[in-house]
Design a protein around this ligand. Structure first.
Ligand SMILES: Cc1ncc(COP(=O)(O)O)c(C=O)c1O
Length: 442
């Protein structure tokens, strides 16, 4: 018998966990073994209220029978079809359904398997599009400080989260960054969009002046920056970015991996803020997080620019083995049906004021230095422990888990994004639980 065969099945060493303090986790594991609606069940049999929709992805709540059934049926009917040079009906149907909820002007969907892949895809399409329209010198990409666009090389290059970048070499060349929009001195305790900071978009004008517009392919931003700790766009900011991009022939990409599918109280943040980008990246809520899938939505103009040359030739040399995978497509279709039938995007919009009031009631809690919210997104920023950044929020995360509810922390910011099926009573339970945790924190 090889030494491999005797390893205990519950040995925690082999799995190198992503974005996790592995050593801490393996000393005191936190395991979920089941989920239903608004709750997870832990391996020691406790119910945990999900304040984060998994990782911002289970917008319709957990284990929805409609979605599970669609997956099972598709797996039995046809497990896989080649993604290149072959098709299957559900991928086309899902693309059409997506157009039904996407902002007016979006006409095509390119399928991927994750938010990171959606970002890489959008950046590549942007550069290739500029070349296709005779603007091949436009290769630069502009992101933003504190931006999160997944973990692949394009995404971390345009992204602006230092820890996600500093270990990984020189990244892509030809990338520049706009300043982030966090202005705690002026915008603390904002409800919805902050009043101040639209002028930060003018930094794009400065970058354009520095590099010249003729070298810039695209600007990518999260309409609401999520992973960095929830930064809501100041009033007028996205409009100004749009105006500058249009004036200079630069494509504007909204990374809606977390803001898509009802999170802000509209199908997409582009709709919520009334600003139409040239491309939208999405993932997560597309399949309710159940099966990995992402998509890049594009305007007709972008797609059509590629549709030239001999018709037997491939127009875009890009795609994944699992682009539009049948089981993912079935999950996506069932998910969109659940959203529509239960009016979950509208529900998020209706609950937003209740969520806002509940969150801001934590203002008097110890260590709290800011609270911000939009749709069913909320952040509570804590004063860091001197010399030990991130520790206070991590302690809050552990205490919350012990107390029966799931929150997320990034730096010293607590971020919450519950499934859109959350009830008003569960909002009170979540925020009330957090109050108790904050009151006990060192
Ligand atoms: C805005 C944004 N873009 C991209 C990603 C990466 O998505 P994934 O983890 O599915 O690759 C995320 C994940 O949180 C995200 O929030």
């Amino acid at each position: 018998m090889s030494h491999r065969a005797v390893r205990a099945p519950n040995d925690l060493r082999a799995f190198w966990m992503p974005f996790t303090a592995n050593r801490q986790f393996k000393q005191a594991p936190r395991m979920f073994v089941a989920a239903d609606g608004m709750h997870y069940t832990t391996s020691d049999g406790r119910k945990v209220l999900d304040g984060t929709a998994g990782l911002w992805c289970c917008n319709a709540g957990h284990c929805r029978p409609r979605i599970s059934q669609a997956i099972a049926e598709q797996a039995a009917e046809m497990d896989y079809a080649p993604a290149f040079q072959m098709g299957h009906p559900k991928a086309f149907e899902l693309a059409n359904r997506l157009m039904g909820i996407a902002p007016e002007g979006m006409e095509h969907a390119f399928f991927t398997n994750s938010g990171s892949e959606s970002v890489e895809t959008a950046l590549k399409i942007a550069i290739a599009y500029q070349r296709a329209i005779g603007q091949g010198a436009r290769t630069r990409l502009i992101g933003r400080e504190r931006g999160y666009h997944g973990v692949n090389f394009g995404g971390i290059s345009v992204g602006g989260i230092v820890s996600n970048r500093k270990f990984f070499g020189t990244l892509l060349t030809g990338v520049d960054h706009m300043p982030h929009t966090h202005l705690p001195g002026r915008n603390a305790w904002s409800k919805g969009q902050p009043e101040h900071g639209a002028e930060l978009a003018d930094e794009l004008e400065r970058i354009v002046t520095l590099h010249d517009a003729s070298t810039i392919a695209a600007v990518i931003v999260e309409p609401v920056a999520g992973s960095t700790g929830v930064l809501i766009p100041p009033k007028g900011y996205l409009e100004r970015l749009r105006e500058i991009c249009t004036r200079h022939g630069i494509l504007l990409i909204f990374d809606e991996v977390i803001t898509g599918f009802g999170r802000t109280g509209a199908a997409f943040a582009a709709e919520k803020y009334g600003v139409l980008p040239d491309m939208i990246t999405c993932a997560k809520g597309l399949t309710n997080g159940v099966i990995p899938m992402g998509a890049v939505l594009t305007t007709g103009a972008i797609h059509d620019a590629f549709m030239t040359g001999p018709e037997h030739l491939i127009e875009l040399f890009h795609g994944y083995t699992y682009s539009g995978n049948p089981i993912a497509a079935a999950a996506g279709l069932a998910t969109l049906e659940v959203y529509a039938e239960e009016g979950l995007f509208e529900r998020a919009a209706k609950l937003a004021p209740v969520w806002e009031a509940a969150l801001h009631s934590l203002r008097d809690c110890p260590h709290v230095i800011d609270i911000r919210n939009e749709g069913l997104i909320g952040a509570v920023e804590l004063e860091p422990i001197a010399g030990e950044p991130t520790k206070r929020a991590f302690q809050a995360f552990l205490a919350a888990y012990d107390a029966g509810f799931l929150i997320r922390t990034t730096g010293d910011i607590i971020a919450m994004s519950p499934p859109l099926i959350i009830s008003e009573a569960q909002i009170d339970e979540l925020v009330g639980g957090l109050r108790k945790v904050l009151q006990k924190l060192a």
